[in-house]
Design a protein around this ligand. Structure first.
Ligand code: NAD
Ligand code: UGA
Length: 456
């Protein structure tokens, strides 16, 4: 029969383990939740008296304030946590392997393995062990082998898969109102009982119909599949954005029109400089590796293309060229102290853009000195690869996608803007940070004009 869970231990106090189990504690006052981690400073931060938590998520502090010290505890005593719990979440990191077989693709399961070995070594009674980390399909089988080979006589282990679908930035909302909770188990009586035990925990706040129970391997694979399909939408829309730029179509209009089809849906269709974050790329590469090890090269190639499209998109943006007109902190001076251009250019470089600079009065040497100071740790030689100083506005704008007016030099008003437009890559953008230009005239030429503080 299913055991009623009274004590939960979560191994790994990171972005997933921390918020997930803090919410379980909040929603289940009758369950004692202990989150353990080897990282002392992380645990200290979770325990800090003034709630300087190690990760920022809207609403998280409130949850921790309500539960910590009552039925929610953070500790580095991993063994005690394991010993006391009837259910243990394994929520450790699973980064892409850097060396060895599958390097660059496969998930590094070292942390999962170490945590599993610890459970086997310490446990003196039966436990439900739950994979929370994102892992390749059939990892539960390897965990079972470790647990069974090392367990004590009275300790039985049931293994569940319960992947997490929260997104960073909305973690607490996602946990309070999940689209679904997925639990995978072996379809044996013991497996189904363990599954019921965990489902009962979630039933404290998640509607029953949103708790999906499936087989172990389906559950493990669904997590990789969900991330792969989300990322695939982004790569699809980003691929279309390249077509838009070449044809004059507008990607936001296309995404809107396509997303209106209820079968496609409007979410997650925002064109971007490519997806980032700790998981999409890692999990797709994991899926690619899995496909290859199952001798499914066409499947591997299909998913690999989602990552390749993302690299292409990032490269495309890296090639963008931005002309910054003006480097002085205001017109009619060569003084650059605290000039906005410095920060602007620093930020453009961090987005991997190429920057052309022109200022009628500031010396090149001054510009290099200011940029070197603003970007410590990056050698000037590297900065010089991404920044070109020009001796005229027209030459600075030639081949650029966007122009930023950073200083209100009068001569910028009198530039031959038609010639500038003709020399630029289209669509051509002007950001007038100084309300200097005649926006109407520029729009007639064909520029996309944004004037600071104006919505038109
Ligand atoms: P993280 O690096 O923030 O946290 C993992 C924690 O585990 C670290 O604090 C580490 O010190 C600890 N740890 C590692 N080995 C340990 C051990 N043997 N004993 C005790 N503690 C140990 O990682 P994360 O972002 O929380 O991700 C965890 C897993 O969840 C990954 O598999 C990831 O793919 C998955 N996931 C992440 C997100 C996300 O948004 N970050 C969302 C869904 C799923
Ligand atoms: C993502 C998933 O959304 C979660 O469901 C999943 O649990 C998690 O990965 C995980 O397994 O780690 P996350 O990476 O935190 O969550 O953030 P997202 O909001 O998905 O954004 C990922 C990247 O895609 C960001 O760089 C974002 O800018 C980009 N993105 C997102 C787009 O470019 N376009 C979009 O329409 C949406």
């Amino acid at each position: 029969a299913p055991v009623k869970v009274k004590k939960i231990c979560c191994i790994g106090a990171g972005y997933v383990g921390g918020p997930t189990c803090a919410v379980i504690a909040l929603k289940c006052p009758h369950i004692q939740v202990t989150i353990v981690d080897l990282n002392q400073s992380r645990v200290d931060a979770w325990n800090s008296p003034d709630y300087k938590l190690p990760i920022y998520e809207p609403g998280l502090e409130e949850v921790v304030r309500q539960a910590r010290g009552k039925n929610l505890f953070f500790s580095t005593d991993v063994d005690k946590g394991i010993l006391e719990a009837d259910l243990i979440f394994v929520s450790v990191n699973t980064p892409t392997k850097k060396t060895g077989v599958g390097a660059g693709f496969a998930a590094d399961l070292n942390y999962v393995e170490l945590a599993t070995r610890r459970i086997a070594a310490v446990a003196t009674s039966s436990k439900i062990v739950v994979e929370k980390s994102t892992v390749p399909c059939r990892t539960a089988e390897s965990m079972r082998t470790i647990l069974e080979a090392n367990s004590k006589p009275n300790a039985r282990f049931d293994i569940l898969s319960n992947p997490e679908f929260l997104a960073e930035g909305t973690a607490i909302d996602d946990l309070f109102r999940p689209d679904r909770v997925l639990i995978g188990s072996l379809q044996t009586q013991e497996g189904i009982d363990a599954c019921t035990s965990l489902a009962e925990v979630y039933a404290n706040w998640v509607p029953r119909e949103r708790v999906l129970t499936v087989g172990l391997w389906s559950s493990e694979l669904s997590k990789l599949a969900a991330n792969a399909m989300l990322a695939q939408r982004i790569s699809s829309i980003n691929a279309l954005s390249a077509i838009c730029e070449a044809t004059g179509a507008n990607i936001d209009e296309v995404a809107h029109a396509v997303g209106y089809d209820s079968r496609v849906g409007p979410k997650f269709l925002k064109a971007s400089v490519g997806f980032g974050g700790s998981c999409f790329q890692k999990d797709i590469l994991n899926l690619v590796y899995l496909s290859e090890s199952l001798h499914l090269p066409e499947v591997a190639a299909y998913w690999r293309q989602v990552v390749e499209m993302n690299e292409y998109q990032k490269r495309r943006f890296a090639k963008k060229r931005i002309a910054v007109l003006g480097f002085a902190f205001k017109a009619d001076t060569g003084d650059t102290r605290e000039s906005a251009s410095i920060t602007l250019i620093r930020d453009f470089l961090s987005e991997k853009a190429h920057v052309n600079v022109y200022d009628p009065k500031v010396e090149g040497e001054q510009i290099w000195q200011d940029l070197a100071e603003a970007i410590p740790g990056t050698p000037l030689e590297t900065i010089k690869k991404s920044v070109t100083i020009h001796n005229g506005a027209l030459s600075a704008c030639t081949g650029a996608e966007a122009i930023v007016i950073a200083t209100e030099w009068k001569e910028f008003r009198d530039i031959d803007w038609q010639a500038v437009y003709d020399s630029m890559n289209k669509p051509a953008f002007v950001f007038d940070g100084r309300m200097l230009l005649d926006a109407k005239k520029l729009r007639e030429i064909g520029f996309n004009v944004t004037v600071i503080g104006r919505g038109d």
